[in-house]
Design a protein around this ligand. Structure first.
Ligand code: AMP
Length: 436
C-alpha cells in the first residue's frame, strides 16, 4: 500500500486521534455484535504500548444532531414543522426535540467505552461530548498510554456537514490523525477525511484494520491469482452498475444472482413474472452481456429459481414455494432465490477458482424458504482452496451465521466501502492520508 501506517510515524508520547468504526448494533443498550470493536483492537493496543495518548472517535447510527444549535431536527421533521401554522410550530418542535433527546440514550457510545475498557483491561475515559468541556478536560488529563472515547460524532451536524469548526477543534486535540474506520472510508465526513483535507492535521496515517482490508482487497482486484471469480447478488441492479462493469474487466468469471439477476434474465428475452426488474437497465444488461462475450469472460446467471406467489410479509414468514427453470417463471409468480441447478452451477464455477470475491445474497436469505442458494454459495466458498473475500453486508452475515467465517480468507468490515473498491473508486478516507 502506498499510504503511511501507524508503523511509519513516531507515535510515542503523541496525542493520536483515531477514527474507528464503533457503529455497532445495539439492543436496549446492549451491544449485540462486537466485531467492529474487536477489529479496532490491534491499532489501539499498538498505540497504547508505544505510549501514545489514544483519543478515539466514531459515529453510531443516524441520530438527531443533538449537539448542534437548534438541535438539528431531521430534514423531514423540519419540513413538517415549517408546514404548520405559525402558532403550532413551537409545540410541534418541542415534541420532536423531546424525541430527539431520546437519541442521546439510543446512540450514545458510552456502552462501547465500557465494553472496550473490559477488552483492554484498562479504563477508557468516556467524554460526554465531542469537542466540548468534557472532551477537552478528558484529553487534557491524559497520560501516555491512556485511552479516551469521544461521544458519537454524528450528534454534531458538522460531522456529515464537514464543518471546519468541528475539524479545527478536533485537530487541536491531536498531533497525529489515524484512520482505522474502514466501514466509513468511503464517506467524506469531518472525522473521516475533511480534518486532513482542510490541512488541520499534517500527519495522517492508517491503522492496521484499514491496512489489512486494503492489502487483501486491493491486491485481489489488482493482482488476482487466476482463475478469478466474482459473485454478485443483492436486491437492486442500479446499486451495482459500476461494480459489474469494473469486475468484468478484472475477473475471469462473473456470477450474478439475487434480485439483480432478473433484469438480466428479462434482457435475455425471458418472462420473469413479478420478479424484481429494473426496466431502465435492460439495455445496460445487454451491453454487459455483450462486453463479457467480447472480452471472453464467463457470465453466469441463474438457470432455475425458487418462486412464490407473494413476497413474504413479514419477510421471514413461511410461504409456499416451487422450483422452476428460468424460462418458465409464470406471470403471477416472483423469483426469490436461485434454484438447485443454479446453486450447483455456481458452486462448480467456484471449485477451481484461485481467487473469489463475493458481495450480496443469492436470494431473500432473511427467509429460510429462500436462503438455500446463499447457503450453497457460502458452502462452496468454504470448501474451495481459493483466496476467498467476502465484501461485508448480508453475505458476510450469512457466512458468519452459517459458521463458515473461519473458512474464509477475509470478511470485510465495510460493505459500502468494499463495494466502492470493487467499483474501482478511490476512498476519501484513504486518499487523504500521507503517502509513503
Ligand atoms: P443489497 O443490500 O443490495 O446487498 O441487497 C440485499 C437484499 O436483497 C436482501 O435484503 C435480500 O432480501 C434482497 N434480495 C435478494 N434476492 C432477492 C430477490 N430475488 N428478490 C427480491 N429481493 C432480493
Amino acid at each position: 500500500m502506498n499510504k503511511k501506517s501507524i508503523k511509519d510515524v513516531e507515535v510515542g508520547g503523541k496525542r493520536c486521534l483515531v477514527r474507528v468504526d464503533f457503529n455497532v448494533p445495539m439492543k436496549d443498550g446492549v451491544i449485540t455484535d462486537e466485531n467492529r470493536i474487536d477489529g479496532a483492537l490491534p491499532t489501539i493496543k499498538y498505540l497504547m504500548e508505544k505510549g501514545a495518548k489514544v483519543i478515539l472517535c466514531s459515529h453510531m447510527g443516524k441520530p438527531h444532531n443533538i449537539f448542534t444549535e437548534g438541535f438539528g431536527l431531521t430534514k423531514k421533521e423540519k419540513k413538517a414543522v415549517e408546514a404548520l401554522p405559525e402558532e403550532e410550530r413551537a409545540a410541534a418542535k418541542a415534541e420532536y426535540l423531546k424525541k430527539a433527546l431520546k437519541d442521546k440514550e439510543k446512540f450514545t457510545l458510552r456502552p462501547v467505552a465500557e465494553r472496550l475498557s473490559e477488552k483492554l483491561g484498562k479504563k477508557v475515559v468516556f467524554a460526554e461530548d465531542i469537542v466540548g468541556e468534557s472532551a477537552t478536560a478528558a484529553v487534557a488529563n491524559m497520560k501516555d498510554g491512556d485511552v479516551v472515547l469521544l461521544e458519537n460524532t454524528r450528534f454534531d451536524a458538522g460531522e456529515e456537514g464537514r464543518s471546519e469548526e468541528l475539524c479545527k477543534k478536533l485537530a487541536a486535540f491531536c498531533d497525529v490523525y489515524v484512520n482505522d474506520a474502514f466501514g466509513t472510508a468511503h464517506r467524506s465526513h469531518a472525522t473521516t477525511a475533511a480534518i486532513v483535507e482542510y490541512g488541520f492535521v499534517k500527519t495522517a496515517v492508517c491503522g492496521f484494520l484499514i491496512e489489512k482490508e486494503l492489502s487483501v482487497m486491493a491486491d485481489a482486484l489488482e493482482n488476482p491469482v487466476r482463475p478469478f471469480v466474482a459473485i454478485l447478488g443483492g436486491a437492486k441492479i442500479s446499486d451495482k452498475l459500476k461494480v459489474i462493469d469494473n469486475l468484468l474487466n478484472k475477473c475471469d468469471t462473473l456470477i450474478i444472482g439475487g434480485g439483480m439477476a432478473y433484469t438480466f434474465i428479462k434482457a435475455k428475452g425471458y418472462n420473469v413474472g413479478n420478479s424484481l426488474v429494473d426496466d431502465e437497465q435492460i439495455g445496460y444488461c445487454k451491453e454487459m452481456m455483450a462486453k463479457a462475450d467480447a472480452l471472453g469472460k464467463k457470465l453466469y446467471l441463474p438457470i432455475d429459481a425458487v418462486i412464490t406467489k407473494e413476497f413474504p410479509n413479514p419477510i421471514d414468514a413461511k410461504v409456499d414455494t416451487e422450483v422452476c427453470d428460468i424460462d418458465k417463471i409464470p406471470d403471477d409468480k416472483e423469483a426469490l432465490d436461485i434454484g438447485p441447478k443454479s446453486a450447483a452451477l455456481f458452486a462448480d464455477a467456484v471449485k477451481n477458482a484461485k481467487t473469489v470475491i463475493w458481495n450480496g445474497p443469492m436470494g431473500v436469505s432473511e427467509n429460510p424458504c429462500f436462503a438455500k442458494g446463499t447457503i450453497a454459495v457460502a458452502k462452496a466458498l468454504a470448501e474451495t482452496s481459493a483466496t476467498t473475500i467476502i465484501g461485508g453486508g448480508d453475505s458476510a452475515a450469512a457466512v458468519k451465521n452459517l459458521g463458515f467465517a473461519d473458512k474464509m480468507t477475509h470478511i470485510s468490515t465495510g460493505g459500502g466501502a468494499s463495494l466502492e473498491l470493487f467499483e474501482g473508486k478511490k476512498l476519501p478516507g484513504i486518499e487523504c492520508l500521507n503517502d509513503k
